[in-house]
Ligand binder design. Structure first.
Ligand code: EPU
Length: 430
């Protein structure tokens, strides 16, 4: 059943919310469980449609996947197929991170090439170039890519592309290199905390890795990996989203279980905007509303995360001055701007730059979510808008936020999940 979020703007959000595990750490880590035939136990796994879908793909590959308790997944990949068909890949682009795990474990993979998505073209050329540099034979035909790692051996692999580093590309190379003979040095590696968490898991499995968190990761290949028990890091994007939810209502929200060191660029901008931010071991508190404009440029970590750009844009709608948002990761990721305009926002998009002229009154409207982070941004704007907002295509939200509306409600928001049939006449999707 199609569902929509129904929000009445106005209530001030106050209270404490607990961070869930990071989606973008959990997805490659679930794939990495295929690197051993032993049991891998993962804890703190968020309950999201993308995670459930990744579990389905692992089962397709031949792994046994069980969920003995909420947030705990147990994977045993005794025998595997190296083939991943298009109907699995097309539903979730992140399934591309199976490539490194299959190449590592089986020394070959055959996978459908994922298509683009609404936030941009999202090619995988850097993943394939990286595997080729590692000595893999890579061929593509009929929408499939075949990778044969029989002749692969450790070497220097530069993963840099036009946007800098690639997160899942780095994850794929690290996974493939763990079981590739010799020493692989990954240059222009992604420094994201999610890549560091993947390396932490792989190290527990017996991999020899150093340099994670810097732009050079060194992997010394080993003959086999073993099972382990690992807890996923908190979701920094979700944490940032809740902090914005508090600030956009002039409230006071504390996120427990958060890691402030993962969010430095974001917290710096929040402070620059005039929001009071307090951090301590395992928590971040934001209170008060933004009062000053900011200029934000998204960039790979430790830069400002593209996955928080839409939410921060919603926040700056409150500030009666010009804020700018420059996308250096996905130059066209501004689909939310047009929907925010339907709520009264004044945003001009020119190429990879969006200029927000804040301070205009926001009013609730039926709007359409185009992707995961856009759907969060629309709900945030709705919290600050006069009247009622309906956010359609809520399935985007469920890919990356666990029980979002329920947890916002616990902070005082007036938000409910309703069947799409409840939409005002004339706004329902066909
Ligand atoms: N790129 C290429 N060629 C490649 C790979 C990437 O040109 O082979 C380009 C992309 O088109 C993009 C840039 O490089 O312009 C960076 O893309 P990257 O590969 O780093 O993205 P990703 O690994 O596919 C992950 C997250 C995204 C997040 C980006 C950037 C996961 C599952 N996904 O994607 O998360 O936006 O890194 O930080 O980890 C989200 O959670 O909403 C989301 C989209």
């Amino acid at each position: 059943m199609l569902e929509v979020a129904h929000i009445h703007g106005g209530p001030v959000l106050r209270g404490v919310v607990r961070a869930a595990g990071a989606k973008n750490a959990a997805l490659p880590i679930l794939a990495a469980a295929l690197l051993t035939e032993e049991v891998v136990t993962l804890r703190g796994v968020p309950d999201l449609s993308d995670v459930r879908f990744m579990a389905e793909i692992l089962r397709h590959q031949g792994a046994e996947v069980a969920q003995p308790a909420p947030g705990t997944w147990v994977i045993r990949a005794a025998a595997l197929t190296h083939r991943t068909p298009y109907d699995l890949v097309r539903k979730m682009r992140a399934s591309v991170c199976l490539l490194g795990a299959l190449v590592g474990r089986l020394r070959r993979a055959e996978m459908a090439i994922p298509g683009g998505c609404v936030i941009g073209p999202r090619p995988i050329d850097l993943h394939l170039r990286g595997l080729e540099t590692l000595g893999c034979a890579v061929t593509s035909e009929g929408g499939l890519v075949r990778v044969d790692a029989a002749a692969a051996g450790g070497t220097d692999v530069d993963m840099g592309g036009p946007m800098g580093s690639t997160v899942l590309g780095t994850a794929n190379l690290v996974m493939a290199a763990t079981l590739t003979p010799g020493v692989t040095r990954i240059l222009t590696a992604a420094r994201e905390p999610e890549v560091v968490d993947l390396c932490a898991l792989l190290t527990k499995m017996g991999a020899r890795i150093s340099g994670q968190g810097t732009s050079t990761i060194v992997v010394e290949g080993v003959a086999r990996l073993r099972g382990c028990d690992h807890t996923i890091i908190p979701d920094r994007i979700e944490v940032g989203t809740y902090l914005v939810a508090g600030a956009i209502t002039g409230g006071d929200v504390t996120v427990q279980g958060a890691e402030p060191a993962h969010l430095e660029a974001f917290l710096g901008k929040l402070r620059e905007a005039g929001v009071s931010v307090e951090t301590g071991p395992g928590f971040i508190r934001a209170h008060g509303r933004p009062t000053r404009p900011v200029d934000i440029v998204t960039a790979p970590h430790p830069g400002f995360p593209t996955d928080l750009q839409a939410q921060f844009m919603a926040l700056q709608l409150l500030v009666p001055a010009r804020s700018t948002f420059t996308e250096k990761v996905y130059p066209a990721r501004f689909m939310h701007a047009a929907e925010l305009q339907r709520m009264g926002a004044d945003i001009a998009v020119e190429g990879a730059v969006a200029s927000v002229h804040g301070g205009k009154p926001l009013s609730g409207a039926p709007v359409m979510a185009s992707d995961l982070r856009a759907s969060a941004a629309l709900i945030l704007a709705a919290l600050a808008a006069q009247g009622e907002t309906w956010v359609q295509r809520l399935y985007h939200l469920d890919r990356g936020y666990e029980r979002f509306e329920e947890r916002l409600r616990a902070l005082g928001a007036d938000v409910a999940r309703r069947p799409a049939a409840d939409l005002p006449k004339g706004f329902a999707e066909d």
